[in-house]
Design a protein around this ligand. Structure first.
Ligand code: IMP
Ligand code: MG
Length: 429
């Protein structure tokens, strides 16, 4: 079997971790290919609830190779803490592999992330503050330090002695901040190298060998299409290079696109967003609060309350097209249990016209008014249902209407956070 990509179809937090956990059962390798510890996956299994920021969700199976691919940026302190926590709770990390090409988040990235947001003032992006954006900016600006440098003390000192004065000049002259000490940074990071080096390898070669043996590789995206640097609501987007879109998966893993056979888009049954930027279906009322409380919509990384609203089918169809989806996994249907009626946004009103396309400009998107279609809700608990036919007729109608609007089959519906709280409509692979 070839490579299968799992991506977010909205603004992140669609439940990719949960879907990957489910699909990992039939896979040999589970790999992350972009972003960093701005991402947060919640996985619930027999060992309890876990929040993963860097380690792929396949780690719980024990027999899957788990890979952090070259497209991911790594904060070594965060990764080591995550590894430590997993081990403490009885999860082996023996099968974790990290690409030697991953870029490293440095202390100045964390500082600049915060200082930049301050400088932007009202135009702040609302980043997760983890240094991810500045680390990707340095990757593109050719000022990055990579995992291969971190585990080689001489290479690391050489890189840092060139880059730190440059960064200190930016900190002092642009932001009026204090410079960082070379000795402090280099001694802290020198401690990380030997701890991470057993995990570091040429992961692209490892994945290629697995593909050549006919094994199944699950490529796990982070965030969602609407946060993508190119496709998303620029400039209120994340900065991953390569993109979190399906198109970025093979670049972020170091394999050819010919290996990909399926792309699974994960969508939540309603809409959420963390951070700033336009969100046409946002509900700043009791209904929005009810969604947030019922769905416990608080960021897995920052704990920020998520903005909640009705399902946006215009955006959903757009992201399905950009990702070339072959399947949809539809999550958190149970959160809608009990609402008397539900709305789906099927078009936007923009000035005098009605549009069904997603505007490129965030300014234009902010002007868009949602056009809603109203559907009756179901006042029944769906959490114990395991077959699509057994869903209340209104729930089936809601799922089927969204499937039609996205234009891609919904093959999986989740009705709770536990591994078995899923309805397999059609096997994804
Ligand atoms: P950054 O990725 O920290 O630079 O943040 C840029 C934007 O992406 C902000 O709106 C964040 O809230 C959002 N963002 C980044 N990662 C995630 C995620 O994993 N889930 C949801 N939103 C995210
Ligand atoms: Mg998340």
């Amino acid at each position: 079997m070839p490579a299968i990509i799992v991506v977010g179809g909205q603004w992140g937090d669609e439940g990719k971790g949960r879907v990957v956990d489910l699909l990992a059962r039939k896979s040999h390798i589970v790999a992350r290919y972009s972003a960093g510890n701005n991402a947060g996956h919640t996985v619930v299994n027999e060992l309890g609830e876990f929040r993963l920021h860097l380690v792929p969700a396949g780690i719980f199976y024990g027999d899957k190779e788990c890979i952090i691919g070259n497209g991911v940026v790594i904060d070594p302190a965060v990764l080591l803490q995550e590894i430590g926590e997993l081990e403490e709770r009885g999860v082996s990390v023996e099968r974790l592999h990290i690409s030697d090409r991953c870029h490293i988040i440095m202390p100045y990235h964390l500082l600049i992330d915060r200082l930049d947001e301050e400088l932007r003032g009202k135009a702040a992006i609302g980043t997760t503050g983890r240094g991810v954006g500045p680390a990707f900016a340095d990757k593109v600006g050719r000022l990055g330090i990579r995992m291969g440098d971190l585990i080689d003390p001489d290479a690391f000192r050489q890189r840092l002695s060139f880059i730190l004065p440059y960064k200190n000049a930016v900190l002092q002259k642009l932001y009026g901040a204090e410079p960082l000490s070379f000795e402090d940074v280099s001694s802290t990071y020198a401690g990380y190298g030997p701890q991470l080096s057993p995990f570091v390898t040429d992961t692209a070669a490892l994945v290629q060998d697995a593909l050549d043996r006919g094994e199944t590789v699950l490529l796990e995206g982070a965030q969602g299409a609407l946060l993508d640097l190119d496709a998303g609501t620029y400039e209120y987007v994340t900065s991953s290079v390569p993109s979190s879109l399906a198109g970025g998966a093979t670049v972020g893993m170091g394999i050819g696109p010919v290996h990909v056979s399926k792309v699974v888009g994960v969508y939540k049954a309603y809409q959420t967003r963390v951070g700033n930027g336009p969100m046409p279906t946002e509900l700043v009322d009791k209904m929005g609060d009810a969604l947030r409380e019922r769905g416990w919509e608080y960021g897995a990384t920052t704990g920020r309350p998520r903005r909640c609203g009705w399902f946006d089918a215009v955006a959903a169809r757009y992201s399905a097209r950009l990702n070339g989806l072959t399947s949809v996994a539809f999550t958190r249907l149970d959160v809608l249990d009990g609402f008397p009626s539900l709305s789906i946004c099927t078009a936007y009103r923009l000035g005098e016209s009605t549009i069904r396309t997603f505007p490129a400009s965030s300014v234009a998107l902010a002007r868009c008014q949602p056009v809603y279609e109203e559907l009756p809700g179901w006042q029944k608990d769906t959490r114990q249902i395991r077959a699509f036919e057994e869903l209340p007729p209104q729930a089936k109608a809601y799922v089927e209407r969204i499937q039609e609007l996205i234009g891609c089959p919904i093959d999986l519906v989740s009705v709770g956070p536990e591994r078995d709280q899923a309805i397999i409509v059609n096997p994804v692979f």
